[in-house]
Design a protein around this ligand. Structure first.
Ligand code: DC
Length: 218
């Protein structure tokens, strides 16, 4: 049987990871969070004290960096960093790291390899337009900036983070700008993607909407 490949793109806080995790479970396929991979690279840069302008050092660091997903957790050089990659410090730097072409090249290669072996639902910014251009289904998830900031703020407070709503709002607006204006594979809806606006919808409603798209075309 051929593998089932679902690409989910959209801006920060649109609900990509929440929705993708549920769909992965329902369809019994693997979920790959590509944003977490860019975050892991950013975390390593911060920990090593490398300047974001020092491309030689970052490129060198990347050659000795291993990123894996095991049971839904992300491992950086063998260490589970699933929690450490979600800080506001990582969030505020990750878009600049993800704008670097050599970082994208390396991570996209790993992402393509992951999807070549099994059925996956992969979320990110350039999955439908670049990483998995031949995906069976492409979904572009959106929501208003206010709604996205509200969701992110709630999520971070629940996880014990010490952030203000203004910080989260600024971070989302800033990342939207960098992610959609960067030169290499910017955030963009693929021509053949179906847009789903999640603003006033419940998680269940969005999951059902996407599952009906998948079932209809299967
Ligand atoms: O989905 P997220 O918010 O965890 O992603 C973190 C950042 O990584 C996001 O601001 C942009 C970048 N990213 C990207 O450029 N391409 C992807 N496929 C996934 C994420």
């Amino acid at each position: 049987m051929r593998n089932l490949i679902i690409a989910i793109d959209g801006p920060a806080g649109a609900g990509k990871s929440t929705i993708s995790k549920i769909i992965a479970e329902k369809l019994n396929i693997e979920y790959i969070d590509t944003g977490a991979m860019y975050r892991a690279v950013t975390l390593k840069i911060i920990r090593k004290g490398i300047s974001l302008n020092d491309d030689d050092a970052i490129e060198c660091m990347l050659k000795e960096t291993e990123i894996d997903f095991i049971n839904g957790r992300i491992y950086l050089d063998g260490e589970d960093v699933s929690k450490d990659i979600r800080t506001i410090e990582v969030s505020s730097k990750v878009s600049d790291v993800a704008a670097k072409s050599y970082v994208r090249q390396r991570l996209v290669e790993i992402q393509k390899n992951m999807a070549a072996k099994k059925s996956v639902i992969m979320d990110g910014r350039d999955i439908g337009t670049n990483v998995l251009k031949d995906a069976n289904y492409k979904i572009f998830l959106t929501a208003s900036v206010e709604e996205r900031a509200k969701r992110r703020y709630k999520e971070m407070i629940e996880k014990g983070s010490n952030v203000t709503f203004e910080d989260v709002c600024k971070d989302i607006e800033n990342r939207d700008r960098i992610d959609s204006t960067r030169k290499v594979n910017p955030l963009r809806k693929a021509d053949d993607a179906i847009e789903v606006d999640t603003t006033s919808k419940s998680i269940d409603e969005v999951v059902d909407e996407i599952l009906s798209i998948v079932n209809k075309r299967e």
